[in-house]
Design a protein around this ligand. Structure first.
Ligand code: ZN
Length: 263
């Protein structure tokens, strides 16, 4: 465990750990996930970055997560909102959301985002990264892009975000494969993935605040160390009320539309 202020000591060997990523200032989705985590039982929370950007409630999201999370790394939107960052890599809607977020953030929350560590962060056997192991800003969509992280991580379990796609990749006998969680037409709320000895995993909890994998429900995972499995969860939330808040804040229309389509 690194001694960063955002990583407290947790013992993952005894626990169910909730992993949250890409919340993107969507308080409604976060509240639904936290309620669900309470009901399912989780002993610690970990966050893989992108607290803010896109959504209408950056301060409320930070207020909640900073008191609850045992370990946190930053995402590219957290860095963009809290430091002098060149926004050339952001599309117009993302850029105007970053600029809006900068104006909204309370000083203490701006300061909180600015001091978040970049991944990789090692937390009791788990590697946490926002994008890829070797580069926090790299997108990992396909097995070939996951290979470096799968090989470089010190342990068998790495968690990443950034793509907003729930799922991930395995490395077994020198072959990297995508994990197929479920058929896209099957509307289940949880898929359980057994963790097998001799296999390395790079797993994405999906996005809480702006899913892009075709399922509009908020996404997260619970790692169950006792049972050696990872649970991939989807929970519904009140998307309409977030779209209303986006309109009130005069944030770009497209940000609301993609919440309902999940793309
Ligand atoms: Zn993101």
């Amino acid at each position: 465990m690194r001694s960063a202020t955002c990583a407290r000591s947790i013992d993952s060997s005894l626990m169910r750990i909730g992993l949250l990523s890409d919340i993107h200032a969507n308080l409604e989705a976060l509240k639904a996930v936290l309620e669900h985590l309470d009901a399912q039982g989780s002993d610690a929370l970990v966050c893989l970055g992108d607290f803010v950007g896109y959504g209408p409630d950056p301060n409320e999201v930070i207020d909640r997560v900073r008191t609850l999370a045992a370990a946190v790394i930053r995402g590219n939107h957290d860095r963009a909102a809290s430091t002098i960052t060149n926004l050339d890599d952001f599309n117009p809607a993302a850029r105007s959301a970053v600029e809006w977020t900068r104006r909204q953030l309370r000083a203490e929350n701006l300061q909180y985002l600015a001091q978040l560590p970049a991944g990789p962060l090692q937390v009791d056997g788990l590697s946490l990264v926002h994008g890829a192991f070797q580069d926090e800003d790299e997108y990992v969509f396909v097995p070939e892009q996951a290979l470096d992280s799968l090989v470089l991580a010190p342990g068998p379990l790495t968690f990443f975000g950034h793509t907003h796609m729930q799922g991930g990749f395995t490395l077994r006998e020198a072959s990297a494969q995508a994990i197929v969680l479920r058929a896209s037409w099957v509307d289940v709320s949880v898929t359980r993935l057994p963790i097998e000895a001799g296999t390395r995993y790079m797993l994405n909890p999906g996005s809480i605040g702006q899913p892009r994998d075709g399922d509009a429900r908020a996404a997260f995972v619970i790692v169950d160390a006792n049972q050696a499995l990872v649970e991939f969860w989807r929970v519904p939330y009140d998307i309409g009320s977030v779209q209303e808040r986006l309109r009130d804040a005069r944030l770009p229309e497209t940000l609301g539309t993609r919440l309902s389509t999940g793309h």
